[in-house]
Design a protein around this ligand. Structure first.
Ligand SMILES: [Zn+2]
Length: 429
């Protein structure tokens, strides 16, 4: 007997098919269909979504799952469960594992773990061998073994010549290069944004110019080679402006923003709390506003969490020595709704668009829509429910979240992957 699913009475929002109305979503054997027959409806598993938003499963093209090598922080299974709890059904994991993902063997290991994950996990692979920024990894082999994009995330290729060759080579295999934009010569020993707050706190600053220079470099190289370069976690107002002009000129660049860069500023570091230490760093209110404006006018393409698990003993130490990064999958939707809908007056469908179709489109992933024939990957959430986030009860193995103990609005109720419920009522199914 076919596997029949009927989600009824919810507010169905699917920006890809321009749908926003109370109605039903149907699936047969894991694929969305327009309707079920009367007889099929009698046999279907029914989910009553009254009062809930029924959206495509969320898509995050920037997560760190730490497998292989640092599975005490996270592994692909726990990371995928954190994703499911956050309403995500498709995620793209970064290759800065230990060893790094720069060869077919490691990709096969990751793919084997991904096949048992709670959601769809797509791997990326390194641009350079050993992520050392010296010589190109075998891009064709990496693509043949499932890499959906190339990145040395966490490290930025400093040589313009090597980056030029990398994007030309990646383009031959129709692969996008994801870049963490940072000129290392400007950020040596830096631990936070360079500005009045870093001066007051006596901490070494990371000037936004270090990001802007690489964003400009990448725009120039993309313009020159017509290769697709995606800028990860944009943090600076001037970078947003550079991207706006590049897109107007038709350059093949895309970019993402994180929930934390749209919600927080460097003022949060006043107590030296390492849960606000990330790379690129939290910046000023003007930068935060510029990123929100970039999301509004389409300069920035999507939201990416940069979910970066670290163990408490690593995070709980002197500010200078604590690692960068925070977890984010289980709070991303609520934080993004709070800022973009609650504060910046975005319409709900446009926020869902940033977290579904637009994210999937950057890497041409088969995800992000509830249109007929698509995978039945669905996120059901209550946009008004208030809840207090407890990181110690989360699905991630790590606890390093600045939102621990904070009240959030908007809660994921049910996550469905391929027509099967993977998360419901606060628990993995
Ligand atoms: Zn990252």
């Amino acid at each position: 007997m076919p596997d029949l699913l009927w989600i009824k009475n919810g507010r169905v929002i699917d920006p890809a098919s321009k749908r926003d109305a109370v109605g039903d979503v149907f699936a047969i054997d894991g694929k969305i269909v327009a309707s079920l027959s009367g007889a099929q409806k009698k046999q279907a598993r029914v989910i009553d979504a009254k009062g809930l938003v029924v959206a495509p499963g969320l898509v995050d093209i920037h997560v760190h799952f730490r497998e292989p090598g640092q599975t005490h922080k996270e592994n692909i299974l726990t990371g995928s469960r954190a994703a499911a709890a956050g309403g995500f059904t498709t995620v793209v994991c970064m290759p800065n594992t230990s060893p790094v993902i720069d060869n077919a063997g490691t990709l096969q290991l990751v793919n084997a773990a991904a096949s048992k994950a709670a959601v769809r996990v797509y791997p990326t692979a390194c641009i350079t061998t050993g992520m050392a920024g010296k010589q190109l990894a075998p891009h064709g082999t990496l693509k043949a073994n499932g890499a959906v994009a190339l990145t040395d995330d966490g490290l930025c290729i400093q040589s313009n010549e090597l980056m030029r060759r990398a994007v030309e080579y990646a383009k031959m295999f129709d692969l996008c290069v994801l870049d963490h934009c940072q000129d290392d010569s400007l950020t040596e020993k830096a631990v936070m944004n360079e500005g009045t707050v870093s001066t007051r706190l006596g901490l070494k600053g990371w000037p936004h110019a270090a990001e802007d220079i690489i964003v400009a470099r990448n725009i120039i190289l993309s313009h020159y080679t017509d290769a697709h370069i995606h800028m990860q976690h944009i943090s600076s107002a001037y970078s947003v402006e550079l991207l706006r002009r590049a897109k107007k000129d038709g350059v093949r660049v895309t970019a993402e923003a994180t929930p934390h860069h749209i919600a927080l500023t460097d003022e949060a570091l006043a107590t030296y709390d390492t849960h606000f230490k990330m790379n690129p760093p939290l910046r000023t209110e003007a930068d935060r506003q510029a990123i929100i404006a970039g999301l509004k006018d389409g300069t920035l393409d999507c939201i990416g969490t940069d979910h970066a698990p670290h163990s408490p003993d690593e995070k709980d130490r002197e500010f200078d020595y604590a690692p960068n990064g925070i977890i984010g999958l289980e709070t991303a939707l609520a934080v993004t709704l709070d800022i973009l809908v609650g504060e910046a007056r975005f319409k709900l469908p446009s926020v869902i668009d940033l977290m579904t179709r637009r994210a999937a489109n950057v890497l041409k992933l088969p995800a992000g829509t509830l249109s007929e024939g698509a995978n039945a990957d669905v996120c059901l959430f209550d946009p008004t429910e208030q809840w207090t986030y407890d990181a110690t009860k989360g699905q991630s193995k790590s606890r390093n979240s600045p939102w621990h103990g904070k009240k959030l609005t908007g809660r994921v109720k049910t996550t469905i992957v391929g027509g099967k419920i993977v998360f419901a009522d606060g628990a993995i199914v």
